[in-house]
Structure formats: structure tokens, C-alpha cells
Design a protein around this ligand. Sequence first.
Ligand code: HH2
Length: 272
Amino acid sequence: MIMGVVNVTPDSFSDGGRYLDASVAIEHGLELEAEGAAILDVGGESTRPGAAPVPEDEELRRVIPVIEGLLERGSGVRISIDTYKSGVAARALAAGATMVNDVTALRGDPEMAGLVASAGAEYCLMHMLGEPRTMQRDPHYDDVVNDIKAFLAERMMFAAQAGIGPERILLDPGIGFGKTVAHNLELLSRLDEFLDLGRPVLIGTSRKSFLGRLTGRDVDDRVAATIATCVLAYERGARVFRVHDVAPVRDALTVTAATVSAPWTTPTSTTR
Ligand code: HH2
């Protein structure tokens, strides 16, 4: 399943300012849907290291018209709201979103767990070390995979106690959120270990800076690098892919999925 990113922000690290206008963001979301996104993740606040916090009323002003507009224009896919604020999540769910993507894993707002529980929403539980302002300052783990697995397991228990059953949870190790390049690579390489937690794994590598560090490419030129990580993550068991470039990732994952899942069938005849 591909989750297409719809950032309604002036300052997101890769597409800040491009979709700040609601009508442009709606068009963009519909385009990602036509390219094969099964989920649209609408966000009104950047989480990049050092990003400025956005007041709730401004975040609402950015995201609610986009969610409403997508549905008015006939969007038929799931809509996820990328926020840690319960007030924003509540309005987004009322407007038609069905999933909350909260990078604080229920630690950012004490009202979030109760809201998600009572709304019956799906919930993406992501690992982040510290907070966006400081997370990239010398992050340390004893064992990056085991530490993050323990964190996600604890957060799943917390969610369950609040009434969010495990069947509604997606797990995300949080690529780039308080991680060095080496941490990100180890997480990808050992991604299959997260399957022990019994929930689908979501991965967000799209255009991220570790890909720039490895390839020397600017943020707009990291599609090939993003595809490499998605293909590898699929092979290691990830099933939800949060990306900006839906069409090329979809092609790559279609071929990957057809290749790794026996029995092999041929959708259309091919001669070479
Ligand atoms: N990455 C970003 C934002 N939200 N959510 C999840 N679950 N997983 C991620 O890896 C993830 C996320 C960062 O990407 P982007 O939205 O493009 O940038 P910004 O935070 O600057 O808006």
C-alpha cells in the first residue's frame, strides 16, 4: 500500500511551499491517488529537524479545506492526518479522515489517545528520539532495532490501555527521526525484525537526507534512491510506503511484489 504525501506547508524539507494553496494541494492529492496511492497523508506542520511549531488554528486552516476538498472531488482512498495535535486530528476525522499519523506516538498531546480510541480511527505509531528541534543532535542507541522495538511495544500497550486495539495500529521505526545515516541503514537492513510485533510496518524514507548523504543528490533528485529503499523494505516485510513520488514507487513495488510472492503469474503476455 502506498501512502502519498500531501504537505500543506511552507517549509517541508522536500516540497515546502509547493502545495500551500488548498486547491493546488487537492489537485496534487488527486494526482497521487490516480498514480496509485491507497492512502493520502495530509499534513500542515513540517517535522524536519529545527522546524518551527505551527499554531493549531493555522494548522487547521491549512489541512481541513484540503481534506474536505479531496472528498468533495470524489477521492476514494483513505485519508490520514499527519498531526500530533488532538484538536487537529478531531477536526480532520470529523471532515472524513480515517487515520491519524502522529509522529510523537501519543506522547505529544494527552488527549490524542482518547480521541483515536473513541473515533475508531486507524493509528500510525512512529518512533522518534526526542523532538524535531533537537532529535538529530548526536542520537544514541544501545541497539537501534531492539531499542525501537521495545519503544513500539510499550507504546502499543499504552494505546491498548487507552482503548486503541492493536488491529488499528501500523508501526513505523521513524526513518530520520533522531537517527544517524548508519542507524537508518541498519533499521532498513533489519526491518524484518519488526514483524515480531505482529502489526504491518510502515516506512518513510522518501527523499530523506540520508539518501542525499549516500548519493550526493539534491532533495528533488532522490527518486531512484527512494525506490531502492522501498524495494528493500518490501523484501524485508514492510507493507505501507509513505512517499512523495507515487508513480515510480508503485511500478517498482508492483514488480517487487510479483517477484517475491509465489506462485508467479503473468498479468499480461510478454515476449522479452
Ligand atoms: N516522515 C515525515 C513526516 N511524517 N510520518 C511517518 N509515519 N513516517 C515518516 O517517516 C514521516 C512522517 C517527513 O517527511 P515530509 O512530510 O516530507 O517532511 P516534513 O516533515 O518536512 O513536512
